[in-house]
Every structure is written in structure tokens, then in C-alpha cells.
Design a protein around this ligand. Sequence first.
Ligand code: BEZ
Ligand code: FE
Length: 305
Amino acid sequence: MSGEGARATGPADDRVSAEQRAREEELVERVVASFDATPDERLRHLLVELVRHLHSYVRAVRLTESEWAAAVAFLTRVGHTTSGTRQEFVLLSDVLGLSMQTVAVNNEAYRNATEATVFGPFFVDEAPVVEAGGDIAGGAPGEPAWVEGTVRDVDGNPLPGARIEVWEADAEGLYDVQHEDGRTYGRGRLVAGDDGGYRFWGLFPTPYPIPDDGPVGDLLASTGRSPLRASHLHFMVSAPGCRTLVTHIFVRGDELLERDSVFGVKESLVLDWEHHPAGAPTPDGRDLGGRGWARTRFDIVLAPA
Ligand code: BEZ
Ligand code: FE
């Protein structure tokens, strides 16, 4: 088979008679027409395209009834695993690359603006306020890391007062919220200075698995995929008149960059980090008590809103 029709109905198409194909297509059109009276045009469009794509999938793979039932059972487990503190549907979207595709669609490249990436489930509103040069690690285990940079608009003007929220896992691969004792560490809120500059102590990022003890973890296991995320530190940066940036910084040389479980890595976000031995002078004169430390620079450019 060749041409559009073959692609639309898939490899098993030659087993489908013209009469059968017509019956399947008639059903698609009948379902599509059922939305004709939807008053909200955007909602109608979303539903019509969803129906067309879902039917196209079922017809392309010639979905069996037991496969349909397995898919329903899987989604039911995803629902049951979702709670006030765990969003398994978002995790499913993440591992299927749908979250990153939505980020891509909604954050078109704009001149030199910093690229966005996936939000992830571990952001917390109202994280501790941290002064310039303060420590967001809050005693969490890991190698101290000095992170500094500026927040500017696409014309290079500093954005004083820009709000910078940062959060990260500890060296054991856990965010504070994954502990059940209510601890807070590895997160903070900063404000850019008059020159748009910011600086803080955090932890050198290390790799960790996404939550994989539920149905999404089973999906990864049954497809031979790793749950590990490339090492990263999250940023959310906002300023009046600018598009809010949700992003991460990554570590050059991390072997997981090529196989991040949620497809979040972008080359422009991979940074060089210097490592300094114990006793080396720190940028702000802080005494790290005999620990080595790391350092990087991340200059952020916000697109207009
Ligand atoms: C994270 O970056 O922490 C994350 C992102 C997507 C899914 C799970 C975790
Ligand atoms: Fe993360």
C-alpha cells in the first residue's frame, strides 16, 4: 500500500475491505458531527480532532478488544494512583513526551530568550525567601554549588526585581516533599538585584528516578526504559511584561542527558560546572567546613509576554 490512505489506516490496511473501511469512516464522521452544536468553537475543535486522532490510531493498529480493555485497566490504575500529593496522569504525559510537546507548542523560540522545559511535580508555592548569596540547600545532603547569573530581557536590559524560584533534589535523589515529615529544603525564592543579578548556594545536581512504583513505572519497565532524569536544578523566573519561564539547568557530561526519562533536556540548558577542592576560596568567602564545592553561571533571558 502507498499514499495517505495507507498511512491513515496502517500496515494491516490490506486486510480491510473497501466496505469495511467505509463503515469505519462513516462512524468517525457520525461522532464528529455529534459535536456540531457545541457553542464553544475551541471546545468543538479540540473534541473533533481528538476523535479523529483516536479513531485513526485504533484503525491504524487494528486495536483488539483485549488491548482496548488493557488500556482502560491501565488508565484506571493511573487514576487510582493519583491523589492529592501524586499526579500519575501528569507523569504519564511526561514519559510519553506530551508535556514537553505542550511546552514546545506554547514556548516558541523567541530571539535569544532562554528555552523552557518541563515543570515536574515538585514545585511548592511559598518556598523560603533567600537573600542574594543565601543558601537554598537548607542542610540537605550534597556538594555545595554556587549558582549566579543575570535576568535580562531580549534586548539585554536587566530586569531588577525579577522573581526567581529554584528547587532541586538532594544528593540521594529526593525532594523535600518526598519525605513525609514536612521538612523544607532544596528550594528558595530570590529577587534579582538592580543590575538583574542573582546568586545563591544550592547543591550540585545529581540524577534521580521519577516516581516509578506505580503504573507509569510499570510502563517504563515493560518497555526497557529507565526512570532516571538527567541531573538538573529547576528554575521558574517571572517579571512584569515578560513570559514566565519554567526551565532547568543541566550538567555537561552527565551520561543521562541523552536519555532523560521525560525528554526535558535542551542543549542550550546544559551548563559547564567547575569543581573546586576542599579549602579553595569561595566566591563570597563562605567557610564550607572543609567541603569541596561547584560553581556555574546561568544568564537568563525572558521573552516578552
Ligand atoms: C522532576 O524534574 O522532578 C520531574 C519531572 C517530571 C516528572 C517527574 C519528576
Ligand atoms: Fe526535578
